[in-house]
Each structure stands twice: as C-alpha cells, then as structure tokens.
Design a protein around this ligand. Structure first.
Ligand SMILES: [Ca+2]
Ligand SMILES: [Ca+2]
Ligand SMILES: [Ca+2]
Ligand SMILES: [Ca+2]
Length: 292
C-alpha cells in the first residue's frame, strides 16, 4: 500500500499543479444551519497569521483539492504555518482562513454538496494513521468518522450529502468503502486482494467511478453504489487515474499517460470514445468536473 501511495504521489508531482478530486460545485451561500438562502454575512473564523491578503503562490501552496460550495470559496491544503492544515479562501484570493490547527497532517478537504460540511483526512490521533474527519465549513465541530490502525483517505460526499465514499487499507490492501456521514455503516464495496482507490460519485448518486490495479496496472472502473457490477472502462498498459464525472453524468474525465506523458482524457461512462483532450508534450492531469 505504501508503494502504491508513493507511486501516486510521484504521479501527482509529475502532473501539472491542478485541481484534484471529483466534484467542483458552483457556490451558493449557506447559513450555519446549511440551508441555502440569500447571501448572508460570513461566519466568524480564525484569521490566518502572516499575509492573509496575499494571492496564492503556486510554488508555496500544495494541492488545491476541492472547490467550495460555500459562497465562492475554495478549500485547500498548505504547510505555510509549519505543518499541513486545511484553509479556505475566496476565489479572488481574499479572506484566507485556517480551518484546522494542530501539529498533525490535515489534508484532502471535500465539500458536502450543500457547502455546509467539509470531510478531510488527518493523522492527528494517538496512533498516527490517517482517518476521515468531518467539520463544519467554518472549521467548527471537527469529528473523527473512522477509527482503525490502517490508512483511511480520499473522502468524497455522495450527491445527496448522506454518504461519504473513501479509500481504506484496513483489509490489508486498498478498498473503496462507503459510510454514513456520522461514520456509521462502514461497508467495503470492493473486497479483493488488489488496490482500489479514489472513489467518485456519479451526479445522480447511482454509480461510483474509481481506480484499481486489479488487472495489473491502474485502470478506471465503475460500479453501482452497493459495489455490484464492477466494470473496467480503460484497458492498456499505461496508468489511467483520477476519474471525474461530467455534470450531466454522461462522461468521465481522467488522466492517462498512454500517449507518453500525462494527458487529460474523456470517455463515455461505458468506456467508449476515449479521447485525448490536451495532447501536448507537457504533463497534464487531474481533470475536475465543473458543473455549469
Ligand atoms: Ca495540521
Ligand atoms: Ca485509520
Ligand atoms: Ca482491494
Ligand atoms: Ca491502464
């Protein structure tokens, strides 16, 4: 598992700095109760120390992981304060606020569809392995949802906000799990001896796209949300990673190096018509569905 994550880290570093994750939703203002309403004043949050007004510098910041639904906000990860924390900023770079504040690793923020919650990964607890946490979008009420000695990561909300899909190695290799947003009902959807990672819900919530090396190298797969009907969509010796559905659910974007370097591809949800969208000599990666 460490090997595969090291590999993924290397792949991610080779790919251009880009947005990762599987959904990016247009912001709507939400109240602290999570109800969509007319714009209201932002809730009070901790100010970032340093230079909060300074625009993002890509050389300093790491992995913008998820685009926010909470009024044109972007959640991102940075070690600007000495270790990895989750931050929020407006899309113009203003109002940068830190949401987590501890010596541990806090990464991979994923917004709930209504923008009221953020799921994320942290190793803050005593045994020092990654667990899935959830918090309100202002950083309050940080609660651990998983609790085991293995690595848990890649949280992704279902479109109705009732479930979180994630990756866990608790069964000795990486599997896709699903759970309720209070951490109950954790179910292994893949259950095999190979690595299955990075779940992404279809917009209607009926399917999950993911990546797996079960056939010898990383390919994109799709399954029903109950784990049934697992189907391979890509089939080649290259890596095929980071699936992301189009807003209408008819296409899946992904990254592949099948043409010699990282490119963004798109295909139909049945795997047909795989098309290279970027087609240049540089590394391109981590496509990110952006609802209109
Ligand atoms: Ca931290
Ligand atoms: Ca764990
Ligand atoms: Ca597996
Ligand atoms: Ca492949």
């Amino acid at each position: 598992m460490k090997k595969i994550f090291l590999w993924l880290l290397i792949v991610s570093m080779i790919l251009v700095f880009s947005l990762a994750g599987c959904k990016a939703e247009v912001a709507e203002e939400v109240t602290e109760e999570g109800v969509v309403e007319e714009p209201v004043e932002e809730p009070a949050v901790e100010e970032v120390t340093g230079e909060p007004e300074e625009a993002l510098d890509e050389s300093e910041e790491e992995e913008i992981v998820e685009e926010a639904t909470a009024k044109n906000k972007i959640a991102f990860t940075s070690d600007r304060d000495g270790n990895y924390e989750i931050y929020l900023l407006n899309i113009d770079g203003s109002e940068q606020v830190r949401l987590t504040n501890n010596p541990a690793y806090d990464v991979w923020p994923s917004f709930s569809p209504d923008g009221s919650k953020i799921a994320f990964v942290s190793d803050r607890d005593v045994d020092g392995n990654n667990e899935i946490y959830i918090m309100n979008f202002d950083g309050s009420e940080q609660v651990r949802l998983t609790n085991n000695p293995a690595g848990d990561g890649n949280p992704s909300f279902s479109p109705d906000g009732s479930k979180i899909a994630f990756t866990s190695s608790r069964d000795e290799n990486e599997e896709i799990y699903i759970m309720n947003i209070d951490g109950s009902g954790q179910v292994n959807l893949t259950d095999n001896q190979t690595n299955d990672m990075v779940p992404c819900f279809s917009p209607d919530g009926s399917k999950i796209a993911f990546m797996s090396d079960r056939d010898g190298n990383i390919e994109i797969y799709i399954m029903n949300v109950d784990g049934s009907e697992q189907v391979r969509l890509t089939n080649n010796p290259a890596y095929d990673v980071w699936p992301s559905f189009s807003p209408d659910g008819t296409k899946i974007a992904f990254t592949s190096d099948r043409d010699g370097n990282g490119e963004i591809y798109i295909m139909n949800v049945d795997g047909s018509e795989q098309t290279n969208l970027t087609n240049n000599p540089a590394g391109d990666g981590n496509p990110y569905g952006n609802p209109s």
